[in-house]
Each structure stands twice: as C-alpha cells, then as structure tokens.
Design a protein around this ligand. Sequence first.
Ligand SMILES: *[C@@H]1O[C@H](CO)[C@@H](O)[C@H](O)[C@H]1NC(C)=O
Ligand SMILES: *[C@@H]1O[C@H](CO)[C@@H](O)[C@H](O)[C@H]1NC(C)=O
Ligand SMILES: *[C@@H]1O[C@H](CO)[C@@H](O)[C@H](O)[C@H]1NC(C)=O
Ligand SMILES: *[C@@H]1O[C@H](CO)[C@@H](O)[C@H](O)[C@H]1NC(C)=O
Ligand SMILES: *[C@@H]1O[C@H](CO)[C@@H](O)[C@H](O)[C@H]1NC(C)=O
Length: 538
Amino acid sequence: MTTNLFSFSLLIFSLTLLFLTILYSEKLYKIDRHENEIMSININFASRLSRSTPRWYQVVARKMNRKKIKIGLLHVANGSFSEKMVYEEEVEVVNILFEPVSKEVKWNDLFPEWVDETLPWDSTRCPYIPMPQFDKYDDLDVVVANVPCGEGRRGRGRNYDDVLRLQVNLMVANLLVRSGRKNVNGIDDHKVFAVFGGSCGPMWEIFRCDDLLWHEGKSWVYRPDLGKLKQKVLMPVGSCQLAPPIAEPGQDGRDKAKEAYVSVLHSSEDYVCGAIALAQSIIRSNSTKDLILLVDDSISTKSLQGLKAAGWKIKHITRIRSPHARSETYNEWNYSKLRIWQLTEYSKLIFIDSDFIVLRNTDEFFIYPQLSAAGNSRYVFNSGFMLVEPSNCTFETLMRQRIKVASYNGGDQGFLNEMFMWWHRWPTKLNFLKDFNLLPNYSMHELIPQDVYALHYLGFKPWMCRQDQDYDCNWDVPENKRFASDSAHRIWRQVYNSMPSILRVHCVLTPEMEARKRMHIATMDFNGRFGRKFVDNL
Ligand SMILES: *[C@@H]1O[C@H](CO)[C@@H](O)[C@H](O)[C@H]1NC(C)=O
Ligand SMILES: *[C@@H]1O[C@H](CO)[C@@H](O)[C@H](O)[C@H]1NC(C)=O
Ligand SMILES: *[C@@H]1O[C@H](CO)[C@@H](O)[C@H](O)[C@H]1NC(C)=O
Ligand SMILES: *[C@@H]1O[C@H](CO)[C@@H](O)[C@H](O)[C@H]1NC(C)=O
Ligand SMILES: *[C@@H]1O[C@H](CO)[C@@H](O)[C@H](O)[C@H]1NC(C)=O
C-alpha cells in the first residue's frame, strides 16, 4: 500500500514535470495547438491512475488480457525527462524520443513530379525523415502519439505540418510492426494498439479505417492488421523513388484467388469496344486473375453479351456523380469508379480504365499495397491504372468526403489524389501516357518503348478512328495532335485484329459516338487547379 502510494506520488510528480517540460519546450512540435493535445494525453494518464481512467485506456485494456501493459509515448528528441519515467503495477510508460523532420523538407520533395526510374533502389534518395531508435522499443503494447492535421492539397505541397504528420504516422507504424513481430512468439495473437491524439486522427492511408476500434473527440484507438501495416512501412516514405516489390510472390500470405482486374463502364456505350479489347489484351498477357467489369444501366444487353464473351464478369452498379464537375462534361459521372472499393469479396484490385491495352503480364504487381499507381504530372498519380484494396469503410469515407473535398479536375483523379496523398510509385511503363506534348518533333510520337506493360490511349480512342488503316485520328484535330501516334494505334489494332468477329462488331463507330467525340473536345478541361495544363484520360 505504501509502495503504491509512493509510486503514485512519484508518478504525479513526474507527470507534472513532464507537463512543464512540454509546456516550456520550444522544440515540441512548435505548433501551439498540437502541444495542447499532447498535454491532454499526459493528463489523461494521471487521471487514469487516480482511478478515473481515460476512455481510450479502457478501450485498450478491455481488448487485452495481459497483466502489464507497456505504453510508448512519442516525444520530440532532446527533452529533459528520463526514459523510463513511470512504473506502476499494470502500466509501464516509456518515453520515446524523436527528432522532428527538418523544416526544409516539403511534401513536394517527397512526391516529386519525376524520378529517375533507371536508378537502383536506394533509401537515401528520398528526403531524410528521422525515426526513433527502434531496437530500444520493440516490446510495446500501445503507442500513443499526438498527430498534427496537415493541410492536404490545399497546402499545395508546401506545408510543413503535412510532412510532420507523415513522420508521426510512420513512426507509430514502425514501432507497432516491430513490437508486434517481437511479441508474436509464444503469444497467439499479440495485439498492439495505436492511440492518436488530435482532431484529425491518423493518416488513413497508413492506419486503415477498417482497424479503427474507437474514436471520441480527439482520441482515436486503432488495432492495426500487422500484415498490412508491415507492407506499408516497407514502402518508401514518399513517391520519391519507385516502390520496391515488397516480398517474393507467394511469401506474403496473400490470397491470390482474391485478386482481380476491374474496370468501369458508365453513362454511355462509348467505351464498350475499349473494354472488350482491354479484356482480350489482359487474357493474351496470360493473366490468371478474374476480370470484373462494373456497368450501369446505360449498357445494352447486346453489349453485355459482347463484354462477357470478351472475358469480363459483369456487376451492375448505380453510377455516382462528381459533385465538382459541370453537367454534361466529360467527367460528370466519373466518381462511379469509387464503387470498386465495394468489391469486398476481393482483397486487392488493379483498376484499369477502359482505354488501355495491356501488352505484358502485370499480375506480379498485385504484391503492392494500396494505393500504388504511376505518376501523372506534378505530385499526383494517374488514376487510370492503380492498385486498391476494397473495403466498405473506405468506400463510405470516400462517399462522405466527396462533397467536402475538392477535385482539381472535377474528375475522380483529382479527388483520389486529395484522399490518397500518400501513394506508392509504379514505373511509368505500367501506365504509358500517350501524351507527347513536350516532345520537340512529331517523329518522336512513334517511339513507344519496348518494355511498356500497359498503354493508355489518351485523346481520341483508337476505336473512334477508322479501323481499316494504321492511322491515328488524333492527327486530325489541332488540340489532339499531342496524343497522336500511329505506332500506338497499330498496337491497338493488333489486338483488335486478333479478336473474333463476334467481338469486333462492338467496335463500330456510331453517329452518336461521332457527335460525342466532338463534344469531348468542346468540354475538355485542361486547366488544372494549379494553373497548369493537366492531362487526363479524356
Ligand atoms: C538533439 O541533439 C542532437 C545532438 O545534440 C542534435 O544533433 C539534434 O539536432 C537535436 N535535435 C533537436 C530536435 O533539436
Ligand atoms: C502466353 O503464354 C503462351 C504459351 O505459353 C506464350 O507463347 C506467350 O508468349 C505468352 N504471352 C505473353 C504475353 O507472355
Ligand atoms: C470520365 O468518364 C468518362 C466516361 O466514361 C471517360 O470518357 C473519361 O475518360 C473519364 N475521365 C476521367 C478524368 O477519369
Ligand atoms: C460490405 O458491404 C456489403 C453490402 O452491405 C456486404 O455484403 C459485405 O459483406 C461487406 N463486406 C465486408 C467485408 O464486411
Ligand atoms: C526528330 O526526331 C527524330 C527521332 O528522334 C530524329 O531522328 C530527327 O532528327 C528529329 N528531327 C528534327 C527536325 O529534330
């Protein structure tokens, strides 16, 4: 009893000291509103031990049947408090020091427009983000951290809070993965928890909404799926270099039967031929995955028969309007793509727009985590070819946020780039953007690299040109010359020519399509939010 009283007073004393240290430490986050939140976490500890336990602690304790709970508290380095400050019968609190990432580092440095893809993997190529000394903290049950909000794309990649936010998320993730792995021996299901303080919660790209146990006010409790979290900590800190293949195929415990390619057709039949040729090209690449096609009710029975014959499994959806697109524009219903997250019978999907042709087998790319994609321009990815992990709560979050969150181009790509700011870079040969805008002369339009996996037919689609010649009709319109390439057109025609005639009949250019082709030019919105020309899959 006396010992308890003594340790209790010691605890109160230490916490007061900590409180004061934090209050007067200039280094701590250097952002006032976050300091307050960290302090409240510490005060919560005090109140727990005086028997009004903080609610998040109750949540964690209820989920664990262990005598002693070891909690790691993340703090900025060079604080004056001792490392192991509090001992108590059930709770051990370890202060984990870290050095905040340099103010020089901006989001744009982590997500550059361009990387040299020929260079070998080298972790020093990305900006340095300090981490705690992990080997000292590899037996934690809970990691508690305060996490700043960041500004997202509104900050235009120049806001320091976004980088600090990423650092805190990555630290917590790394600590949990290490502790989870260490303690797995002997204990069947070692559960580790993350507790975040702050009004925004953690980055959902790292701490999945599926793993959220409890949230109230400024406290968030997660019990992460450690397998998935581990995949993420093995990714580069940003898209500042290519994502490495994270495990040998078959060794990462994933269920390959639950992986599929998916595409979406909505609003008109314009892309039916494209989707048929796409399916045929994937099959020709010897893929072993399911091909899932989401369609709305604008696709006729006749077209559905063709699509099925081409290899697609059809699923019917209700299309989703983009709240940020003008009506009657090319991207008005592009949020229909969000429905891919509802395919929860699959664990991973590679989404491919219907204006692609796959030239080489891409099945090995299912090894990457969400969200992996090739770059577009600036620090955004192109949403025409990407890996996603279906999840109902992810879908619901996207649906909820689509009203609030802007989209730089009114389409899904702008929105998804707001939502998945932390993405993993695939090589451009996985999504070769047929846009030659910056190339000095037209003959260079014909140089499609040999090792391209998937070709993205920007501009007029090949099936909208005449099928009896190797001529790309993008040459015909000044605005579209940037997309023109007879070589690319020829590649598409090879797939088309190898298709049986029952599939080819779906590739007849109708007068309605011809009219819409003209409309696409009229409504094209090239001007991105950053006052720069953006290319989308028009
Ligand atoms: C902490 O101290 C070390 C060595 O004294 C120094 O290099 C580092 O910059 C300091 N970190 C911070 C956040 O001040
Ligand atoms: C698919 O497999 C066949 C038969 O094994 C092979 O001839 C062909 O080259 C493969 N295609 C690709 C794109 O790898
Ligand atoms: C939006 O959907 C339309 C119709 O399917 C398609 O033509 C266009 O490429 C899509 N745009 C974007 C930005 O995804
Ligand atoms: C997702 O929601 C759908 C529809 O409500 C449901 O059928 C499905 O089982 C859910 N998936 C998971 C993994 O909970
Ligand atoms: C255009 O590019 C081709 C292929 O790179 C090159 O051979 C040719 O000399 C270039 N022409 C001019 C006028 O620069």
